[in-house]
Design a protein around this ligand. Structure first.
Ligand code: PGA
Length: 252
């Protein structure tokens, strides 16, 4: 089963409209149709429509950083539905990023509900899992990851993973400059694939598992060379065109 590499840029709450435009213009020049990898940009909600215009006619695709946990429109002040994201050109959405889990109290149950809401709107969810430094040092990496993956599979069914992406993002590697080694990433990616394979081997074989956490041009090649690393979810380095293009080329 060949899995097309996905290189996703998570801008988080960074940049201005003007910065975003410059970034997208620079990225467009470096992404040619027919590239072996897909480039995905996940700007803040309010810039989605603008970025959608700027990437028009290029192979770059658009995603959101979050989604409401409600499947339909309603009285949910401040929230954005999957249908709205789809309306403004999104095809992907990140769910359960560790910053959402840690800073906004998102539980495994909320993450699973968001994943289902995304799929109900025809979006491909990128579900994030990962352990903290404390959990890794206590030898709990596998139990934490298996709990996070099981919460999704139990709530949404293993079939949901036929149209989803998983991102392994060790919390200790996010924004810290401390990347997992390729071997550490591969070990957890293979573990995740094994968890899914225990429920459905075909879905596991086709599942894209991205690595995230201080991915840069300098470490991307060795990470993407690993058998079960199918691309990257990139934060800081996705805000610098030359760096993000370097990462993209490492996969493409
Ligand atoms: P980072 O962020 O690349 O800046 O470590 C990754 C992420 O949070 O998705």
């Amino acid at each position: 089963m060949t899995r097309k590499p996905l290189i996703a840029g998570n801008w988080k709450m960074h940049g201005s409209l003007a910065d975003s435009r410059k970034l997208v213009e620079a990225l467009r020049g470096g992404v040619t149709a027919g590239a072996r990898a897909t480039m995905l940009l996940c700007p803040p909600y309010v810039y989605l429509s603008a970025v959608h215009e700027w990437v028009r006619g290029s192979p770059i695709v658009l995603g959101a950083q979050d989604i409401a946990d409600k499947p339909a429109t309603g009285a949910y002040t401040g929230e954005v539905s999957g249908q709205m994201l789809s309306d403004v050109g999104c095809s992907y959405v990140i769910v359960g990023h560790s910053e959402r889990r840690a800073l906004y109290g998102e539980t495994d149950a909320v993450v699973a509900t968001k994943l289902k809401a995304a799929q109900a709107a025809g979006l491909t969810p990128i579900a994030c899992v990962g352990e903290t430094l404390e959990q890794r040092e206590a030898g709990e990496t596998r139990s934490v990851i298996s709990g996070q993956v099981a919460a999704i599979v139990d709530a949404a069914g293993v079939q949901a993973l036929a149209k989803a992406v998983i991102a392994y993002e060790p919390v200790w590697a996010i924004g810290t400059g401390r990347t997992a080694t390729p071997e550490q990433a591969q070990e957890v990616h293979a573990f995740i694939r094994g968890l899914v394979a225990a429920r459905d081997a075909t879905i596991a074989a086709g599942l894209s598992i991205l690595y995230g956490g201080s991915v840069k041009g300098a470490n991307a090649r060795s990470l993407f060379a690993m058998a079960d690393v199918d691309g990257g979810l990139v934060g800081g380095a996705s805000l610098v065109a030359a760096e993000f293009l370097d990462i993209f080329r490492a996969a493409a």
